[in-house]
Design a protein around this ligand. Structure first.
Ligand code: HEM
Length: 470
């Protein structure tokens, strides 16, 4: 039946292709002081053309040697083949440890392994499909808000805010066992404030300045970090006092975990807090960004938007999207993947060489930071025909097999691959189908929003779309 459906899907390209370059590559890299200045403004603007064309591009920042690595064999080596030799760099600790402390995202080695093991069971495909009604309900709540202005009435909506609200609601309902979260607004504001300031911390680290030093965003980072931690502490206190959340929620699994070497067994409250905050943030921010950019593309690809609307109507009908529909929303998945190729929600990943080594013919000294610019891997001239065009056919069931795992990796690769990748793929499809069936999205005109790397991929200045509830 699925085979028949796939056969019937029209995979032909539509209309004249648009160009989605978004950030024109620079001909040459910036020299060191200018590099750091532009890096703070937008790291993606620092990428020289060679990064989009060559397998590996060495780069010096002052006395530091770095390299931009895009070649699928080399990234496979870094992320998987010799991953012990290329761990996450201290730079990541420095950026995230203030709000998150030691958590699944920031730990290494054995300390990482037990945390990953403690929660892995929550991310099985069948279990995630059972969350779909909650994910769809979070998207439906947005439609209800939009319809308050009347069906058929077009309104300009801050899509970045609306969609983030929905993905936050989805993670609260699913992983946090439906716990009420009145702190949502405070946490989202604090996360925005924090991420927006991270480039300063990264740039000062790359310049070799100590973590205790001052930079113009130091105060903002500290304040936002404090806000996040006090909000999650209030939430944890409330849940523990009420005894409301436990069982097979993320919270329940963390409370049942055994922290190796802890006197008296169990897990410290600190670790529970660190991981709750990590999952809350990692679990809503990135998926929101993926959806925002997908809707942005669709607002300018009306034929694809209509195709997806037709697919949602024919696969789902009038009722809510359920787990059993996800596999049949084939075009929706393709569009979501192609949108994540063009607008990678996590645009740059980093690793570090722990010893002197040779990578793709480039000598790297111990301590060198390796940048894996997913943004450029996904737009690499040697890897994709017409990389700047939006072509969901690339991800059609037959064609997808030809795409290498380290050629398309919005969720990273290897042992540290995103634990929420299936969760967000399912959530993306469920939310897109719900939103597109219930509303039309049009680009209101004006300059295109600049994709801005702030750990995740932001639209600079936000994203306003014209939304017409149907
Ligand atoms: C479109 C949505 C998402 C994208 C693009 C994304 C991307 C990523 C990437 C690239 C990494 C690896 C970072 C590295 O190797 O340096 C990662 C790790 C992680 N992600 Fe996601 N993520 C998404 C959604 C989620 C969701 C929904 C959750 C939770 C439910 C989540 C939780 C995590 C955690 C906990 C890690 C750390 C895993 C570890 O180190 O073992 N992410 N994510």
């Amino acid at each position: 039946m699925l085979g028949e459906r796939l056969h019937m899907l029209d995979q032909t390209p539509v209309a004249a292709p648009r160009d989605w370059t978004a950030i024109p590559p620079r001909d040459k890299p910036y020299p060191a002081p200018l590099f750091l200045y532009h890096f703070v403004r937008n790291p993606l603007r620092c990428l020289p053309r060679a990064v989009y064309e060559e397998p590996i591009v060495p780069h010096r920042i002052g006395r530091f040697r770095t390299a931009w690595v895009t070649d699928p064999d080399l990234t496979e080596t870094v992320f998987l083949g010799r991953h012990a030799q290329f761990p996450k760099p201290p730079l990541e600790q420095r950026v995230f440890s203030d709000p998150l402390g030691q958590s699944i995202l920031t730990s290494q080695g054995e300390d990482w392994r037990w945390q990953r093991g403690a929660v892995a069971g929550l991310f099985r495909h069948e279990d995630i499909l059972s969350y779909v009604p909650d994910m769809a309900a979070a998207a439906s709540a947005l439609l209800t808000q939009w319809r308050a202005g009347g069906v058929g009435a077009t309104r300009a909506r801050p899509i970045h805010r609306d969609v983030t609200q929905a993905t936050y609601a989805a993670i609260s309902r699913t992983l946090f066992g439906g716990a009420a979260m009145p702190e949502a607004g405070a946490i989202q504001a604090a996360v925005d404030g924090y991420l927006n300031a991270t480039s300063w911390e990264i740039a000062t680290a790359l310049a070799g300045l100590p973590a205790w030093g001052w930079h113009p965003a130091s105060g903002r980072l500290k304040r936002s970090s404090r806000m996040m931690r006090s909000a999650i502490t209030r939430m944890l206190d409330r849940w523990q006092a009420g005894g409301a959340v436990a069982g097979d929620s993320l919270f329940g699994r963390l409370l049942a975990a055994e922290e190796p070497g802890r006197a008296g067994g169990g897990i410290s409250r600190e670790r529970v807090l660190n991981n709750l905050l990590t999952f809350l943030n990692a679990g809503h921010e990135t998926t929101a960004k993926a959806l925002i950019w997908t809707l942005y593309i669709l607002s300018q690809e009306p034929e694809w938007q209509e195709r997806l609307r037709d697919e949602a109507r024919s696969v789902v009908g009038d009722g809510p999207v359920e787990g059993r529909h996800i596999d049949d929303l084939v075009l929706t998945r393709q569009v979501f993947e192609e949108a994540m190729r063009l607008y990678a929600p996590a645009p740059v990943l980093t690793r570090m060489a722990t010893e002197d080594c040779d990578l793709g013919g480039v000598r790297l000294a111990a301590g060198s930071v390796i940048f894996i610019p997913i943004w450029a891997v996904h737009r690499h001239r040697a890897l994709w025909p017409e990389p700047e065009q939006f072509r969901p056919e690339r991800f059609a069931p037959g064609a997808r097999k030809a795409i290498r795992r380290t050629q398309f990796m919005p969720f990273g690769f290897g042992p540290r691959i995103c634990i929420g990748s299936t969760f967000s793929r399912v959530e993306g499809v469920a939310m897109l189908a719900t939103l597109l069936r219930g509303a039309r999205f049009d680009w209101p005109g004006g300059p295109a929003p600049e994709p801005l790397a702030r750990v995740t991929l932001w639209p600079r200045g936000g994203m306003t779309l014209a939304v017409t509830p149907l």
